[in-house]
Design a protein around this ligand. Structure first.
Ligand SMILES: N[C@@H](CCC(=O)N[C@@H](CS)C(=O)NCC(=O)O)C(=O)O
Length: 100
């Protein structure tokens, strides 16, 4: 999503993607956490609805548990990885578009 920053320049908000399933307490926690960090839109990929999507997730991430979270093409990992990244002070810059 694009808009104007405080200084009038272009601001590109990264796309947050989350591989998820319908019943998944860690996914709910991750979503709440991201929303609390100001993420308005999360693109969800429901891997329980399509075995092909689950296979694709496993190939892309090397993991089988959900959630698996991406900020643009940066693989954050699961909920605990997300919290760890935040504690390391790296989540906000990433969400502000600091991945590349
Ligand atoms: N440490 C992981 C735990 C995630 C987890 O256990 N997710 C459950 C669903 S809520 C799951 O995918 N279980 C199936 C599996 O591990 O294969 C995280 O923080 O995301």
């Amino acid at each position: 999503m694009e808009g104007r920053g405080a200084a009038g320049g272009e601001v590109t908000v990264p796309t947050v993607t989350m591989y998820t399933t319908e019943v998944c307490p860690y996914c709910i926690r991750a979503e709440r956490f991201l929303k609390a960090k100001g993420v308005g839109d999360i693109t969800k990929i429901r891997v329980d609805l399509d075995p092909g999507l689950r296979r694709a997730m496993m190939e892309r991430t090397g993991r089988r548990s959900v959630p698996q979270i991406y900020v643009d093409d940066y693989h954050v990992g699961g909920y605990e990885d997300l919290v760890e990244l935040d504690h390391a002070g790296e989540l906000e810059p990433l969400l502000a578009g600091g991945a590349g």
